[in-house]
Design a protein around this ligand. Structure first.
Ligand code: NAP
Length: 363
């Protein structure tokens, strides 16, 4: 049985779902792949749990419970600890793994943190592998991100498409030398939901309120409405397709006015009705042409665009579920990847798939 040490950075929605899937998948993973994921470290932003020999499944499930209750990863976080027992920096976690002479380590970044690039690069230099659900390192300036796209020990299926085989498809298309011309899709379940509400005559402000109440948006809905998360996804897809694009090559349409950026979340929610009339007008213009408004992301070798677009009602792309790849071989009839692509469980499953893939291909 292969025992693979795993460092899990981040224990939020995706990190917790990942820990559950590792524990609940023990038997099938052992039977099918002769493999045991030995989680040696789990961290959140403030605390960590570390065990050189591996944390027990009970400890991992306790982390899930604690995070669900809004508590830190470390159950002893209230106690005053000597410095050597406090959470080290993220680099200090790698030091601990390195001092313990762990080999074949998989470092999983399921944070939403900025500036993880140097940590991930150091992981690779130590001979470890990296799995990301965090898009930010891959959407960093090309100079810092390029190495991740060509490295044989990096996987990131969950960064786009919520676990659907979107990244795997791009990798396949490049492996079989099918030049990619364009990638198009709706890449935000939250914005897809809001657009579908608009179809039904719901005011924009009410649609955003409903999405927030049902937990579909980030705590600050501007994080969804601003389009930057979708921009990162399309930048990653473009880079996977072989185009060394920068953020500046992607035009982003924000769904709120710039002057609303400085409001508190409550003020922003109160101000949303100011946007209703203009949005109602755009929806009506689309509907008059048998079209619907969708928040579409598209990218080609020259750059990309992320924003609202009128699409024929009932067309494949008007359906939230599809990402379309137009290539030399799939030119007149694009290749479509479809299916539910949202939520922490699907995202965590994509991470598990990447971890197994790495063991199969690298270790
Ligand atoms: N949610 C989805 O459906 C989905 C889908 C695709 C991709 N993703 C991506 O997956 C990542 C995780 O998403 P999520 O929904 O799980 O986010 P989340 O609930 O906000 O969790 C993020 C976790 O990272 C921890 N963290 C922050 N900075 C850290 C650092 N420097 N080192 C270690 N841990 C750190 C946070 O600690 P605290 O608990 O202390 O705050 C938290 O536990 C994000 O990058 C997101 O974009 C999510």
């Amino acid at each position: 049985m292969k025992r693979i040490p795993v460092i899990v950075l981040g224990a939020g929605g995706v990190g917790s779902a990942l820990l559950k899937q590792i524990v609940n998948g023990r038997e099938p993973t052992a039977a099918r792949n002769n493999l045991h994921f030995n989680v040696v470290a789990v961290t959140d932003s403030r605390t960590w749990l570390w065990a050189e020999q591996g944390l027990t499944d009970e400890q991992l499930l306790d982390v899930v419970d604690a995070k669900q209750q809004g508590l830190p990863v470390d159950p002893h976080w209230r106690e005053v600890r000597p410095p050597e027992m406090q959470r080290p920096s993220d680099h200090g976690i790698l030091d601990a793994a390195s001092e313990a002479e762990l080999e074949n380590v998989i470092v999983v970044d399921v944070t939403a943190a900025n500036h993880m690039e140097s940590l991930l690069k150091r992981s690779l230099n130590l001979g470890y592998s990296v799995v990301l659900a965090n898009k930010k390192p891959l959407a960093a300036p090309w100079e810092r991100a390029a190495g991740f796209f060509s490295h044989p020990r990096v996987r990131h299926e969950s960064t786009v498409g919520g676990g659907q085989p979107v990244i795997a498809t791009l990798r396949y298309l490049r492996d079989v030398n099918d030049p990619i011309y364009q990638v198009v899709g709706q890449m935000s379940g939250t914005l897809g939901y809001i657009c579908q509400q608009l179809d039904q005559g719901v005011a924009f402000s009410a649609a955003v309120h409903a999405a927030k109440t049902q937990g579909y948006t980030e705590p600050d809905p501007r994080d969804d409405l601003g389009g930057m998360d979708v921009m990162r996804k399309v930048l990653i897809l473009g880079r996977m397709a072989g185009w060394p694009l920068e953020e500046s090559h992607i035009t982003v349409e924000s769904l709120y006015a710039p002057e609303m950026a400085s409001l508190t979340v409550a003020e922003f929610m109160d101000a949303l009705p100011y946007l209703d009339d203009s949005m109602r007008q755009r929806v009506a213009e689309a509907q008059a042409n048998a079209q619907v408004l969708r928040y579409v992301a598209e990218v080609n070798a020259d750059g990309g665009r992320v924003g609202l677009k009128a699409l024929p009602a009932g067309s494949g792309l008007a359906n939230l579920k599809y990402i379309s790849f137009r290539t030399e071989r799939y030119n007149d009839e694009p290749l479509l990847i479809g299916g539910k692509g949202a939520g922490v469980d699907m995202t965590a499953a994509g991470v598990v798939g990447d971890m197994i893939d790495l063991v199969r291909e690298v270790y």
